[in-house]
Design a protein around this ligand. Structure first.
Ligand SMILES: Nc1ncnc2c1ncn2[C@@H]1O[C@H](COP(=O)(O)OP(=O)(O)OP(=O)(O)O)[C@@H](O)[C@H]1O
Ligand SMILES: [Mg+2]
Length: 754
């Protein structure tokens, strides 16, 4: 079968349209991504375009990997020369080649959020700023907001006007920028900003990159922001072709600057662009698709589409309301067991949720039911403390580069590992080392090397530290990177420390990292230590590459573009999904974004879709939960209720309530959730009745006491979250999607236990 025969007429028309700019606007599952991959294969296989002339930009590393695999399945090895990457990886590639133009070394460092915070810490200390007044998170978003809008620290200072608070923020921004420049370090925003700057101002470079690609593709174009679009536009020259695909109903990143207008107005920027609209969905059954279509129609600010599917299915969308928050994940786990017994693989099941913290209850239920699962985008492998320590050690071994003689990036690494394992270096001494380094115009490691630091034992352990680093450094060209890592971990005493502290999991992580480096060495035999360090600084989807039969858990944002046979959407309660903020102050626009998110979630399912919510008290909302409006927006003909929400009238019977009763109460539940729902009513009358009579007593939130794993907490800037792990005095907390997973000192004044 020829390539185009695997597509319908409309899709084939789009895939073979190679002499125009092209825009594909189409709903979920209509084959947009398939058109892009087939088009790439068609260009290479039938039109004999060189693979390296083709660029494809995807939204996540996982999507890039999947797209690569799809093209490789069609074409085999030649596909590896096609550049398929996220926009950030693309920019890194560009900068590694051309950043010298603006006086930066090619081996610039990419900062992660911990590094960023460490810089803020220094700024706060120097400027005597109290973190209680300016949380790191809010300061970083202030900085990011300015940077991505091209507002430099001087302008920010002017914008600050007479307000002292704004002045302070602008000063921190200036400090931060200066520090980054000194270290030749770039944060994630800078990757795009610098690439944009170079492409815009250096014509030769721009021409070179324009010449490089003749066919440029961008998937998930509805979530592109202005800066990304500016970069993409600059890659297009007179005789190259841009193909963008997207679905305005799936715009879910406006809170991060995505501009749906960009796809809508594409034909104004590229007047001769062709637009193809696809309307057949090949992913989901009719019940699922019709349910999702009905839901999204409730958004006022959208263009209607006629998406249909020919896939018939036996099952309606299943909706279950549990009696309380404990029973909801238990039901999900039970259902998954049933599916598994019926012969369905765990990996064909996904559980999607609105916010990271929601995974906690699910994890517990899955563990109890012995169901293997993986969390995607949770505490990621490369975000774990021990991995960062190990990589910091490796950074200290990096050979000197002519471009960057000072190597100030080593300061971060020294700060990270100097006391891991403990070497008795106090904050004061560290400060002295830093001052000395500033004075000598060098980095902190060089100071450790050339001066006698500390007294007695501390001095001896520093000398030993330097000796080990130097010894390993001398081996950089003789042993492989994985061996180097193994050696530095041994010799530095890091592994011994983990042994002593009985940190088995962390030790396993280090081993996994060494395995991972070995894989890298195998597939990149010529890759230098520098190359490896550069590559991993971007690679955050590590866990997603792991194979096996696992149920997949992730936030809906992370599920973008993916599909699974069976999908559970968890915790569809008013205030949770749609999120409380969007229901309240956010207004119509925020609510519509939440609905688009629900549309994305529902349309991930191919065969079966399960929606669940629960009754009972929510610590996070501090009220009794009610079923999400998104469920009542699905017409009854596509929805089957299998669980019941106890109503006031039978709250007293709850004690004797059995599983079988749940099933028999379908009707009542349905009339409750689709009938005239008065949330306020519920909140005023139901809770006491229910809580007092419930078989599972709902505990009242505790306000005081030590923070432990599993606790619900509130942070002044990030809102509510759940402690998913303790690392000494650090609590690893899952906050709302926007803030993700963060580590916070338990003693931090912004943190309170709920
Ligand atoms: N013409 C076709 N024949 C058979 N299967 C198809 C066809 N077009 C698409 N598909 C299949 O339908 C599913 C959805 O396609 P794809 O992921 O490309 O859709 P999409 O429009 O990119 O969806 P999303 O909006 O969620 O990103 C995939 O499994 C794909 O292989
Ligand atoms: Mg897609």
């Amino acid at each position: 079968m020829s390539l185009l025969e695997q597509l319908n007429d409309k899709q084939a028309e789009a895939a073979s349209c190679v002499d125009h700019h092209l825009r594909i606007i189409a709903g979920a599952g209509s084959g947009k991504t398939r058109v892009v991959t087939t088009r790439i294969a068609y260009l290479i296989d039938e039109l004999h375009v060189y693979p390296n002339k083709i660029l494809a930009i995807t939204f996540t590393n996982k999507a890039a990997k999947e797209m690569k695999e799809r093209v490789e399945n069609i074409l085999g090895d030649v596909a590896s020369a096609v550049q398929i990457s996220t926009i950030h990886s693309f920019c890194v590639r560009l900068l590694r080649e051309d950043i010298l133009e603006i006086g930066y070394p090619r081996n610039f460092t990419i900062l992660d959020s911990d590094d960023q915070k460490s810089i803020l810490k220094d700024a706060y200390k120097q400027m005597k700023i109290d973190v209680k007044s300016y949380s790191y998170g809010s300061m970083l978003s202030y900085i990011s907001g300015n940077k991505t809008n091209f507002i430099d620290p001087n302008v920010a200072k002017m914008n600050a006007g007479p307000w002292a608070g704004e002045q302070i923020k602008a000063d921190v921004y200036a400090f931060y920028q200066k520090r980054l420049q000194e270290m030749f370090a770039l944060d994630f925003d800078d990757l795009l900003i610098f690439a944009h700057h170079i492409l815009r101002d250096y014509e030769e470079v721009r021409r070179k990159w324009q010449r490089r690609f003749k066919y440029i593709h961008v998937d998930e174009f509805q979530d592109v922001d202005n800066l990304q679009y500016a970069i993409i536009k600059m890659l297009v020259k007179e005789d190259s072709y841009l193909c963008v695909v997207g679905d305005p109903d799936q715009t879910i990143y406006t809170w991060r600057g995505a501009q749906v207008d960009i796809i809508m107005n594409f034909d104004k920027d590229f007047p001769n662009a062709k637009t193809v609209i696809l309307n057949q969905n090949y992913r989901s059954t009719q019940q699922i698709l019709n349910g999702a279509n009905a839901l999204i129609k409730n958004n006022r600010n959208r263009i209607d589409k006629d998406l249909f599917t020919e896939i018939e299915g036996d099952s309606k969308i299943v909706h279950f309301t549990a009696m309380d928050g404990d029973n909801e994940p238990v039901w999900v786990a039970g259902k998954i067991k049933t599916l598994h017994h019926a012969g369905i693989n765990y990996k064909d099941i996904a559980i999607l949720y609105r916010s990271n913290y929601l995974s906690r209850g699910l994890e517990k239920a899955l563990l109890d039911a012995h169901i293997p699962y993986r969390i995607y985008g949770g505490v990621r492998f490369y975000d774990r403390a021990e991995i960062k320590d190990a990589l910091s050690y490796l950074r200290l071994l990096a050979p000197k580069s002519e471009d960057d003689p000072k190597e100030l990036f080593k300061n971060l690494a020294v700060k990270r590992v100097i006391n891991s394992p403990k070497r008795g270096i106090g904050a004061k001494t560290l400060e002295l080392i830093e001052t000395q380094a500033g004075h000598d115009q060098t980095n902190m490691y060089d100071v450790l090397k050339h001066y006698e630091i500390g007294k007695g034992k501390a001095r001896a352990s520093i000398q030993e530290f330097v000796r080990v680093i130097e010894e390993c450094r001398a081996l950089v060209d003789t042993i492989s990177i994985d061996q180097l890592m193994e050696r530095i971990m041994e010799e530095s005493g890091y592994l011994a420390m983990l042994d002593e502290e009985k940190e088995i999991e962390r030790k396993e992580n280090i081993k996994e990292l060494i395995n991972d480096i070995a894989d890298y060495v195998e597939s990149n035999p010529d890759g230098s230590l520098q190359d490896y360090l550069q590559e991993i600084s971007l690679y955050t989807d590590k866990e997603q590459t792991q194979q096996g039969d696992f149920v997949q858990l992730m936030t809906i944002h992370a599920a973008k573009g993916l599909e699974f046979d069976n999908v559970f959407v968890y915790s569809l309660c008013e205030g949770i999904f749609p999120n409380e903020k969007s229901v309240g102050e956010g207004g119509q626009e925020a609510l519509e974004e939440e609905r688009r998110l629900a549309y994305v979630a529902f349309t991930r399912a191919k065969k079966q879709l399960f929606l669940s919510d629960s009754y009972g008290y929510s610590y996070i909302l501090d009220k009794i939960k009610t079923t999400s409006r998104f469920i009542s927006e699905i017409p009854e003909e596509y929805l089957e209720d299998v669980g019941a929400k106890p109503r006031n009238s039978f709250a007293g019977d709850v004690d004797t309530f059995s599983g079988a009763d749940f099933l028999s109460m379908n009707q009542r539940s349905r009339s409750f959730s689709t009938g005239e729902r008065h949330q306020d009513d519920m909140i005023q009358h139901a809770p006491q009745d229910f809580v007092d009579n419930s078989s599972k007593t709902v505990e009242k939130p505790k306000k005081k006491g030590k923070i432990r794993k599993g606790d619900l907490v509130n942070h002044a800037s990030f809102g509510d979250g759940v402690v998913i792990k303790m690392e000494g005095e650090l609590a690893v907390i899952a906050f709302d999607q926007k803030f993700g997973i963060r580590k916070i000192m338990v003693t931090h004044p912004s943190l309170t236990k709920k």
